[in-house]
Design a protein around this ligand. Structure first.
Ligand SMILES: *[C@@H]1O[C@H](CO)[C@@H](O)[C@H](O)[C@H]1NC(C)=O
Length: 301
């Protein structure tokens, strides 16, 4: 089981230090805008300038079968199926032209149609969420430039994070993938289900690991270092997404059991934005009770 593969719902439960999500995102986008100027010029010089990727679609991949939690997308959270809550959040993102659910399951499809979602049926052979998204966009008549893979088990996902990663990809033409990180809680430092990420000065991913990176020579967590936790939300360039399932697994990907490393190992660039997000992923039936009490407490029902 790979908790951070693109298909499998992320089990990130990160901390929130209280600064507003928007501030982080706006920072990311402003930095991105400066980069686009530089990269745009280089792209032009290299004769490979690209068209602006304006059209974005959000896809919520959902499957019924799950080793840990059968029927998870349909679990009731304060009176609504979890997938409906995720869909309602995604619909609030202003950068998405459309939001669809991609599933191989009739029960999920029926349920989603009843609350008004567009549904695309995908085959049972999809190995992960990215492959399901890839199949889904190829089945659509309308063409899109960017696909956001929105995991159905984060019913409290902020629409601002979706908009942030879409904008990050739009202003970074040499990246094929964008994703988000949030500050890592020290107690999660050595938890291999929490994926860590390091980025360069321009916000491109250098590496993702289940181990603690960077690793202090003391062998301990350095409480002064801003370690970053990878969140399970990502957007892809649509052209890249067609190619993605055809890329062979790579050594670092296999060793860490992390899908996103295949992208880096093939030499593609990943743009990362920093957000402040308190993840409340639902991985087990027990998580449902936790998220319900949190929603009641925060008046989010
Ligand atoms: C390692 O962590 C300690 C604190 O835990 C810090 O003082 C030190 O600067 C860090 N880096 C190195 C290279 O030791």
């Amino acid at each position: 089981m790979n908790p951070m593969s693109i298909c499998t719902p992320s089990s990130s439960h990160s901390s929130s230090s209280g600064s507003p999500t928007k501030a982080w995102i706006i920072h990311g986008v402003v930095v991105g805008a400066a980069i686009v100027a530089a990269i745009g010029a280089r792209g032009y010089l290299l004769g490979r300038s690209r068209r602006f990727r304006s059209r974005a679609i959000g896809i919520i991949p959902a499957r019924f079968a799950s080793s840990r939690f059968q029927g998870k997308p349909l679990v009731n959270i304060l009176g609504k199926p979890m997938i409906q809550r995720t869909w309602e959040r995604a619909k609030l993102a202003t950068t998405l032209d459309r939001v669809v659910v991609a599933t191989d399951d009739e029960k999920i499809a029926d349920c989603c149609r009843r609350f008004g979602a567009d549904v695309i049926m995908t085959s049972e052979s999809c190995r992960n969420g990215a492959e399901r998204c890839s199949e889904a966009v190829q089945k659509l008549e309308k063409k899109y430039d960017i696909v956001v893979n929105i995991q159905g088990d984060e019913p409290l996902i902020e629409p601002e994070i979706i908009d942030g990663i879409v904008k990050a990809l739009q202003v970074t033409p040499d990246a094929v993938f964008s994703t988000a990180v949030t500050p890592l809680k020290p107690e999660d430092a050595f938890d291999t289900n929490r994926v860590k990420c390091v980025v360069d000065n321009l916000g491109y991913a250098i590496y993702f690991s289940r181990g603690l990176i960077p690793f202090n020579k003391s062998g301990k967590v350095n409480l002064h270092f801003p370690y970053m936790l990878h969140l399970g939300i990502q957007s892809y360039d649509c052209e890249f997404l067609k190619l993605y399932p055809k890329l062979e697994p790579t050594p670092l990907q296999l060793e860490e059991d992390l899908e996103q490393l295949k992208i880096l190992e093939n030499g593609y660039k990943i743009k990362v934005i920093k957000v402040d997000h308190d993840a409340h992923g639902v991985d087990t039936p027990e998580d449902v009770k936790k998220i319900e009490s949190l929603m009641v407490e925060k008046n989010l029902s």
